[in-house]
Design a protein. Structure first.
Length: 314
């Protein structure tokens, strides 16, 4: 089967997810961070590595006429960095579009003020998993009231339409989704209500892929490996934002360039395998990912994208 998404195969990424550090203060029930934090090497990215990444990415945008986009971090909490504003300012001053993902616990009023002073004007995605302290604290292990207070401060001092509140329903009480929507909708923020996923089988109780030993893959629902590169604190690049087990390393941008890793044999072979439609065994992480497309999923995805072109508001 011809895969039209491969027309997006380009010699540069459009987005980077950069681990300026690898630490998180949450212990979310649907996230494998607590398990992997004990097994994986943790650390903070060297400033020289970070600036080299931003500099090369900025030049890529100029050379290929696109606006580079960047966020931090793929499995960590960016506001745990005392100098987050320093990282953001460096990128913003080079016209890199920065957006953030946070659980809001460490997003203090002082850090919000410092962030906004950098000229930051990107989207901030905030995880608020429930509308009651009982649900939110059961899922995240964080103090609900502190997360809520920090979020409300941000809404009062920033553009609400640039704030997205994300709720992942990991066994919420039956009436909580409606209460969650009713609370946040009047505040003018964007909302995203999602089911949990297994992160390529890393959270085993959530894994719901077919039990077949092999599965034919026709790409990624969000085309992550075609548009974004995830760079760990030590410079290594992994398959995508779902590869929390660091199973498939593309290369090391601390030793090579972004372009060299992006166009390297390891990444190109992995992309070909994901979009080929050939049988893939369970050792290939994409075969365990809910966002990977079977032939039926590919057809549905193409139909949905066509529908959005004709009816963008739907």
């Amino acid at each position: 089967m011809f895969n039209p998404y491969l027309k997006n195969l380009r010699p540069y990424p459009l987005k980077l997810i950069v681990d300026i550090h690898s630490y998180c203060n949450a212990r979310c029930t649907m996230c494998p961070y607590p398990k992997y934090a004990r097994k994986q090497t943790q650390g903070t990215m060297a400033w020289s590595v970070y600036t080299a990444i931003v500099d090369e990415f900025t030049q890529m945008g100029k050379d290929h006429d696109f606006c580079p986009a960047m966020t931090y971090c793929y499995m960590a909490e960016p506001f745990l960095a005392d100098d987050l504003a320093k990282y953001v300012r460096y990128a913003v001053e080079q016209n890199v579009q920065v957006y953030l993902n946070t659980n809001a616990m460490a997003m203090t009023h002082e850090k919000i003020d410092a962030l906004l002073e950098t000229g930051f004007d990107g989207i901030i995605n905030i995880s608020m998993h429930g509308i009651t302290a009982r649900t939110h604290e059961r899922i995240t292990g964080l103090n609900y009231q502190q997360c809520l207070d920090n979020t409300l401060y941000l809404i009062d001092h920033y553009t609400p339409k640039n704030i997205l509140i994300r709720g992942v329903d990991d066994n919420w009480p039956a009436d909580e989704p409606a209460d969650w929507l009713d609370y946040w909708k009047p505040k003018g923020v964007q909302l995203e209500y999602l089911p949990p996923i297994s992160r390529c089988g890393s959270v085993r109780r959530l894994f719901n892929r077919s039990n077949k030993s092999t599965i034919r893959l026709y790409g990624c629902q969000y085309n992550h490996p075609l548009v974004e590169m995830v760079i760990l604190h030590d410079g290594h690049a992994v398959m995508c934002c779902q590869d929390m087990g660091r199973e498939l390393l593309w290369g090391d941008v601390a030793q090579s360039s972004i372009a060299e890793v992006w166009n390297g044999k390891i990444r190109l072979a992995a992309v070909k395998k994901l979009y080929s439609g050939r049988p893939s065994g369970r050792s290939f992480l994409c075969a365990r990912c809910e966002q990977a497309l079977t032939s039926t999923g590919l057809i549905k995805s193409l139909a949905h994208s066509t529908w959005r072109k004709f009816f963008p508001g739907k």
